[in-house]
Design a binder for this molecule. Structure first.
Ligand code: HAM
Length: 429
């Protein structure tokens, strides 16, 4: 029996891998416009970082982490998200001494032991942005605007941004107590098992429980935006006003949006989209003032978000593979073979994309292969071409064939491929 991949871990061949590359490339372009720099962090950290950062009461820490001892019995965890690791890196590198505001983005695999289903994997990929050192709500609006800008740029238009305020360390304890009291007075049997526990341990999480009976029975629960302090309320209004003024960003206030990680305060948001099955959240984030300090760093505010690449990819059409410029078709004879090899190297060094039939074969089968991969030109090298140091060039779209000398082939392809591209772009205008 052959070894299979681990459940919930996927191999991504083209064109799927092309979609991921496209998403990452576009993210880099957009985020750089907003002043973000790429940070690459390790995929493994000491377990305590996630316990302290994400919160011991969260589902992620309680049930979903891949945690194991290393050979010296130190507890390590495969990162379930990027934020905690980015904070650790930021504190360790003392970035706050280098720049007042750090804008960092990171991409890569994350690991959560969840039940795999459509749009939910155990190894999944996030694009993650963090802005550290800026507390004004205009930064919140900027982060949400950038996320919208990025989603539009990759071609995702049909989504809703849900936004809420979670209050701060001044007002949230009071709200939490009020909510706990309200929840305790409800018929506990109407709540799911998780929520019965959460009433005491993490009452805010009851608000965004997806179980219908929990939703129904807590429908009249006191709402966060009505209970936050004046500072939080003013900050929230500024975020909403700035977003309102930007016609590109469409959002709704969802007063029950809580999010599953403990570090959030004030502005939190989630981007939801239908059409990807039960998992509707394609991105989520929020402000986390206090997290850097909680992890042993200075008192630096922060806000950020992460998008799930699997879910973004599900909303995008399949990528069409890039069309090769050439495919070399040759006779299986040493001189033709050597000429083929030299020509392919020369053309690739000149920047063209193309290949030759690695296993040789008849002219007919090699030409079929050139057609199958949709090459623009078949470059044919037979005995005659070896003798005259020339190439029979067949335009695969028009079937026209001419002979070009070896010395002129690069220029010929440059001129003709450029002409082709101009033709195409004119047509698409
Ligand atoms: P999160 O909501 O846990 O937030 O994850 C962000 C996104 O990752 C989700 O919206 C979803 O698209 C994707 N995602 C999460 N779990 C899975 C999974 N098992 N399979 C596929 N996709 C998944 C965070 O991780 C925060 N660190 C975001 C953040 C950054 N907040 C502030 N800065």
């Amino acid at each position: 029996m052959t070894t299979q991949s681990i459940k919930g871990f996927a191999d991504l061949f083209a064109p799927q891998s092309d979609t991921y590359t496209f998403i990452e490339k576009t993210a880099r372009q957009i985020f750089q416009r907003y002043g973000y720099e790429e940070l690459r962090t390790p995929i493994m950290e000491y377990t305590e970082l996630f316990c302290r950062g994400i919160g011991t009461e969260t589902d992620v820490v309680q049930k979903e982490m891949y945690t194991f001892p290393d050979r010296k019995d130190r507890s390590l965890t495969l990162r379930p998200e990027a934020t905690a690791g980015v904070m650790r890196a930021y504190i360790q590198a003392k970035r706050h001494n280098i720049e007042p505001v750090s804008k960092l983005f990171t991409t890569g695999p994350m690991f959560r032991y969840e039940r795999p289903q459509k749009g939910r994997m155990r190894q999944f990929h996030q694009i993650n942005c963090e802005c550290l050192g800026a507390s004004h709500p205009r930064t919140d609006a900027e982060v949400i605007t950038m996320l919208t800008n990025f989603l539009h740029e990759i071609g995702i238009k049909d989504f809703e941004i849900q936004i809420n305020t979670l209050g701060c360390s001044t007002c949230r304890p009071q709200y939490r107590a009020t909510l706990s009291q309200y929840l305790r007075e409800l018929d506990q049997n109407a709540l799911c098992e998780d929520c019965r526990r959460r009433v005491e341990t993490n009452p805010l999480r009851v608000l965004d429980c997806k179980v219908p009976s929990c939703k129904e029975h807590t429908a009249k629960a006191p709402q966060l935006p009505d209970h936050v302090c004046e500072d939080c309320s003013t900050a929230f209004s500024v975020v909403l006003e700035l977003l309102h003024a930007n016609s590109e960003v469409s959002f709704v206030v969802n007063p029950r949006l809580v999010r599953g990680l403990d570090y959030y305060c004030r502005t939190t948001f989630e981007v939801v989209s239908q059409g990807i099955g039960a998992q509707t959240s394609i991105a989520g984030g929020g402000r986390y003032d206090g997290l850097v300090q909680q992890l042993g760093g200075p008192d630096v505010p922060g806000i950020g978000f992460a998008c799930g690449m699997e879910r973004l990819a599900m909303l995008l059409p399949e990528m069409t593979p890039q069309r090769p410029d050439f495919h070399i078709v040759y006779t299986d004879e040493p001189k033709a073979s050597a000429m083929t090899f030299a020509l392919s190297t020369q053309l690739r060094q000149a920047g063209f994309i193309g290949d030759f039939s690695h296993n040789g074969g008849s002219f007919k089968s090699q030409m079929r292969q050139a057609g199958k991969i949709n090459a623009r030109f078949a470059l044919i090298i037979g005995e005659n071409e070896v003798n005259t140091q020339s190439i029979a060039v067949k335009n695969m779209d028009t079937s026209e064939q001419i002979t070009v000398t070896l010395a002129e082939i690069t220029t010929y392809l440059q001129d003709n491929l450029q002409a082709d591209e101009h033709g195409e772009s004119n047509e698409s205008k």
